[in-house]
Structure formats: structure tokens, C-alpha cells
Unconditional design. Structure first.
Length: 302
């Protein structure tokens, strides 16, 4: 992969219609959307991602990943998770920040019903399939699903989720996968897995506990209750709440402000903050010393 900035080729490709079935008006404007073609993200990859409800655009150091299954309120499927994982693998090294957005009134309504009970005529694993699989194979399948949620916290990236409307279950966990969250004043979060007799399994429990503490995290997951934007800000679940009409603008502005920081200093700072939970006080001071020495030496050589 070219580690330089992902250059846009001198051509564009029509995005494939992301609607899988006649009753699924997902990405209502996708058919008319003209997607740029990058050297690291081909027209074929763009089309496959669009069909699964994922769009990627890159502008210099900023990548924007958009959930786009509007008719399904961006409900999630294994195909969507596969494409999100592919995006994480494909991003060029010049990208420093990733903004996660969603089309339509809801960020994500959670798990698509087809994952629970299947969809006639369409292949794909369901929970019933996992129940009849060898336990190790089932765990490997879930591990593959989790890849869509893990790369957002890479030390070389800073990621921001822009959330409007509902963020339920898997959608809530995807927002939690990002480093930071800016939300519309109509945002509502819920971890509804327990209502199905399931548990959150897409990496969301760790960041939730880190953000709001054990007791609050257990309450949110055990009750499946709604957390509105005001409460989310109060308990530290989100970083900012803005008017819904301003979310797109404010989220991009917020993300670009992060890009103003020195890249290597930001990487070191993120490593210090993310590792602080696991370190005791003395170990954290030692990590700070080491990081600062690396920065001083690097600056002296510029």
C-alpha cells in the first residue's frame, strides 16, 4: 500500500445501488452518488462497500466513513462489518483522523433483523447458525465481526463518531469504538442486547466501563434503558452535544481541530492516555518520561 496521501485518480466511478431488495430503499441518494476512486480503494471496493451500506471519502489527512442504509436506519449486518474492517485495512498512512458519520435520522438502529432470523434467499450467518456451530468456530466468527470495531483506536489515528438519533446495540458499540464522540441533541443510546437474551460482544463493554465506570456501565447494559444526549454528556459518555442541524459542520470542525496538533506528539499523547488505565502512578510517570525524551530527541533533529 502506498503510505503517501491517498491520491484521487483522474476518474470517478458511479456508486453501485446499495439497495439489495426492492423493499430496501437504503442510501436513497446512493445511486446518484459519484464516489471518488482512490489508489488504495478501488471502484470495485467502493461498489462492494456501498452495497453493504458503507462509504469512504478521504481528504488529505482526514478520512470520513459513512454508514448509509437509511431505509434500515443503518441497521448493521456482517457484510457491513466486513466492509468497515476492510476500510481500516485500506487507509493510507497519511490519514491521521477518521470521522464516522451516518446518513438519515438515526446513527444506527443496531443489529439488522436478518442476522437474528435470516433473510429468505440471501446467504449469511445468523445467530441460529452460530448456535449450531462448534463453540470455537462460533467464537472465531464473532472475532471476525469484532474487527470492524477495533481499528478505530489505533495509536496512529484519532477517531471521532458523529451521532444523531438512535445509536442502539451494535451502533452504540461502534460509537464507543471511536476515541471521541460528538452528538446531536436528539441522540439517544441504548445497549439492548439483554432484551434478546444476549450480551454486548462487539468490543463495547471495555470503553463503556472506562468512560462511565463499572456501576453506571452495568446499569446501562443490564437495563437496556435509553441514555439521552444531555445525560451522555453529564456522565462522560460523549465529548460534545450540538444542535442536530449543526452536527455535520461541528463534527468536521472538531476533527480538523485535532489535526492541528503535531502528529507524533498526538500519537504519543494518545498512547499515554489510553495506557493510563492499566498503569499505576509510577508506571505512568515512567511512560511520560520515555515519551517526552522521544519527543525532545525528535524535535532536536528537525
Amino acid at each position: 500500500m502506498d503510505m503517501k496521501a491517498g491520491t484521487v485518480q483522474a476518474r470517478t466511478a458511479d456508486s453501485q445501488d446499495s439497495r439489495d431488495t426492492p423493499d430496501s430503499a437504503e442510501s436513497a441518494d446512493s445511486a446518484a452518488h459519484i464516489a471518488p476512486v482512490y489508489d488504495f480503494w478501488t471502484a470495485e471496493q467502493q461498489a462492494a462497500a456501498a452495497k453493504a451500506g458503507v462509504r469512504l471519502t478521504v481528504d488529505g489527512e482526514l478520512a470520513t466513513v459513512t454508514l448509509d442504509r437509511v431505509a434500515k436506519r443503518n441497521a448493521m449486518t456482517p457484510s457491513m462489518w466486513w466492509q468497515l474492517a476492510q476500510v481500516g485495512r485500506a487507509l493510507p498512512g497519511a490519514v491521521r483522523a477518521v470521522l464516522l458519520t451516518a446518513q438519515g435520522p438515526s446513527f444506527s438502529a443496531g443489529l439488522d433483523r436478518s442476522v437474528l432470523v435470516g433473510d429468505a434467499g440471501k446467504p449469511g450467518k445468523t445467530l441460529i447458525d452460530l448456535a449450531t456451530s462448534d463453540p470455537r468456530d462460533a467464537e472465531l466468527t464473532i472475532e471476525a465481526f469484532q474487527e470492524a470495531f477495533t481499528w478505530w483506536r489505533r495509536t496512529d489515528l484519532i477517531s471521532v463518531a458523529a451521532v444523531q438519533g438512535h445509536a442502539v446495540g451494535a451502533g452504540f458499540q461502534l460509537a464507543l469504538a471511536c476515541d471521541l464522540r460528538i452528538v446531536a441533541d436528539d441522540a439517544r443510546f441504548a445497549m439492548r442486547e439483554i432484551s434478546l437474551g444476549l450480551v454486548p460482544d462487539l468490543g463495547g463493554t471495555k470503553p463503556l466501563v472506562d468512560l462511565v465506570g463499572y456501576g453506571r456501565a452495568l446499569e446501562i447494559c443490564a437495563t437496556g434503558r435509553w441514555v439521552d444526549a444531555a445525560e451522555a454528556l453529564r456522565i462522560g459518555l460523549v465529548n460534545q452535544v450540538v444542535p442536530a442541524a449543526d452536527l455535520a459542520h461541528e463534527a468536521e470542525l472538531f476533527t480538523r481541530e485535532l489535526l492541528a496538533a503535531d502528529r507524533d506528539a498526538l500519537i504519543e499523547t494518545k498512547g499515554l492516555i489510553s495506557g493510563a488505565v492499566q498503569r499505576d502512578y509510577d508506571a505512568q510517570r515512567a511512560a511520560e518520561r520515555s515519551a517526552q525524551v522521544r519527543r525532545i530527541r525528535a524535535l532536536s533533529q528537525r
